[in-house]
Design a protein. Structure first.
Length: 559
């Protein structure tokens, strides 16, 4: 009997017109204010999920047909259906349900908080901030809401608003990796690199899988500790740390089928528990081994767990299920890059681009790999594509100029840097690179020592510490305008620092340039052939999971 009822409910959901809406009944005084919520198309979802949604939709519809239904009960029905939609990434319908639930129960923290998280995931930052602010008006010390609002403020570049929220979270929870990482970002943005390092390192102690290696590397770079910067850059990126979030965790307990294991695994990742995440994703794959998305998700978490061989096997399996899948090919390339198999990585990136020529990440990593293998000409079109697809990617712009200069195409390199300086005037690396080229270009028509000084000096004024490459540019610029005594003084200071750090190769390189300055000759080599920038270490080497939904919720056979 129950099986017949289940099938009937599922069939009812499938046969309902897509325009069917859930709103207040015409006789209700709320009819003019409640939103009409469209029931989304669920035909591509798992049968078990269709059944679950159909039952919840039917429950709401039943209450709407009763004019005397109490507002609190109706709010709960809207909110419960909204949570299901949210869990299965049906965001538009979830938002409508939450807004109605909030309207019916304005002081219920849950619906306001869920709206904040939903808007945040959709990039609606102003709406998200407004929702979190309302939530905190109800629960002023709720850690998840405080962290959520701080994250939104950070995304809006409102650091002065985010910092006190992170500080309050840390005062209440001294183990919060999310608060430590957020405060690290705030300090780094103010160039307080030593304090930033302390916060980022503390976040790693609290959550070893915290994805703070890139900003930590940049902070070490700001302190002039290039080796530690490179060490952290080589570790790639994980998930940005997060704090306890019981309401979002609750969504994972509502799902059924593969989605249940996906969301439990996703929760484990957010908590930095890689071992448990692997277990949950393995259960997800066991539930349906024929789902390429599930295979790819498991491969991604295994790669983060540094079980590279097992990760490869799951990416290979995903390719057998969906031949030519660009995401799986890209992820295999990433694994090869991580394990130092550069030539094999290139083959995978190229295969990914044959399947999807617009996959920006593959162009970027392929260009970096080509640079590391000294295939400079081949790297150029890929950096150009990255810049075209992502105009604000300063690193791609910088590398495009560097490779052109390496090939002695100085005019083209300068044009790229001039355009990039206009597009990204606050990018210090681009400003320093342009100053370097203006100070040391072998082509006299391109040199302009005074402008090089104008570009490099503000960097020193805006930062408490600078890296040695920027100091080197300052010496180059002084030499170009004939101020050799200043250039010599600066160069000697750099050599002393490099010697203290135990970097003999850098001492030798700087010493060769010092000899030129003592001979009253300016430098005519913006980047040496052995400059580390020609072997770029990408800041992020995480697997790519495009259109990431709970695996098995929406079936995708090929990208």
């Amino acid at each position: 009997m129950s099986m017949v009822l289940v099938n009937a409910l599922t069939l009812m959901a499938l046969l309902l017109p897509r325009a069917m809406m859930a709103g207040a009944p015409p006789s209700s005084p709320l009819a003019r204010s409640l939103e009409s919520v469209h029931f989304p198309d669920t035909t591509r979802l798992d049968p078990a999920v269709q059944q679950q949604l159909a039952e919840s939709q039917a429950a709401l519809r039943s209450l709407l047909e009763k004019p005397a239904t109490p507002e609190r009960e109706l709010s709960e029905a809207y909110g419960s259906l909204g949570k299901l939609y949210h869990a299965y990434q049906l965001m538009e319908a979830a938002g409508g349900c939450y807004r109605n639930a909030q309207m019916l129960a304005p002081q219920d923290f849950r619906w306001i908080y869920y709206l904040g998280r939903l808007y945040q995931s959709e990039g609606r930052l102003a709406d998200s901030a407004a929702s979190f602010q309302k939530a905190l008006a109800i629960r002023p010390n709720d850690e998840a809401a405080q962290t959520g609002l701080a994250e939104v403020y950070m995304a809006q570049d409102r650091l002065d608003d985010a910092e006190p929220l992170y500080a309050q979270v840390l005062a209440e929870d001294p183990t919060s990796a999310a608060a430590m990482a957020g405060l690290g970002k705030c300090e780094s943005s103010r160039h307080n690199f030593r304090k930033a390092v302390e916060y980022f390192e503390a976040a790693l102690m609290a959550q070893p899988d915290a994805g703070v290696h890139y900003p930590l590397a940049m902070a070490y770079r700001g302190l002039g500790d290039r080796q530690r910067a490179l060490d952290h850059l080589s570790k790639g990126e994980g998930r940005w740390p997060s704090g306890p979030d019981p309401l979002m965790d609750e969504l994972g307990t509502m799902t059924t089928g593969k989605g249940y294991f996906f969301l439990r695994g996703d929760q484990a990742l957010r908590q930095g528990d890689l071992a448990r995440a692997v277990e949950e994703y393995q259960k997800m794959v066991a539930a349906d081994p024929s789902d390429p998305a599930a295979q790819a998700e498991l491969g991604g978490v295994l790669a983060r767990h540094e079980d590279f061989q097992a990760a490869k096997e799951h990416f290979y399996y995903a390719l057998r299920l969906a031949p030519g899948n660009a995401t799986a090919l890209y992820n295999l390339g990433i694994l090869c890059t991580q394990t130092g198999s550069g030539h094999e990585a290139i083959r995978y990136y190229e295969a990914a681009l044959r399947s999807d020529p617009g996959l920006k990440e593959a162009h970027f990593q392929l260009a970096n790999e080509l640079m590391r293998t000294e295939r400079f000409e081949e790297a150029i079109p890929h950096y150009q594509t990255v810049v075209k697809l992502g105009p604000r990617n300063g690193f791609a712009r910088l590398m495009l100029a560097v490779v052109l200069a390496r090939l002695r195409r100085y005019q083209e390199a300068q044009t790229i840097l001039e355009e990039s300086h206009i597009a990204l005037p606050d990018d210090r690396d681009i400003s320093a690179a342009l100053a370097r080229l203006l100070a040391a270009s072998p082509e006299s028509t391109l040199r302009n020592g005074q402008r090089a000084l104008q570009l490099i000096e503000p960097i020193f004024k805006s930062q408490q510490t600078v890296d040695i490459e920027q100091v080197e540019v300052l010496a180059m610029a002084f030499a170009e305008i004939g101020s050799f005594e200043k250039a010599i003084e600066i160069q000697q200071l750099m050599i002393s620092e490099a010697d203290l750090e135990g970097r003999p190769e850098l001492v030798q390189s700087l010493g060769e340039t010092l000899t030129l300055y003592r001979q009253r000759k300016a430098c005519r080599r913006p980047w040496g052939d052995d400059d580390p920038i020609l072997k770029p270490v990408p800041g992020s080497l995480g697997p790519l999971n495009e259109n990431r939904n709970p695996a098995g919720m929406v079936q995708e056979t090929q990208r």
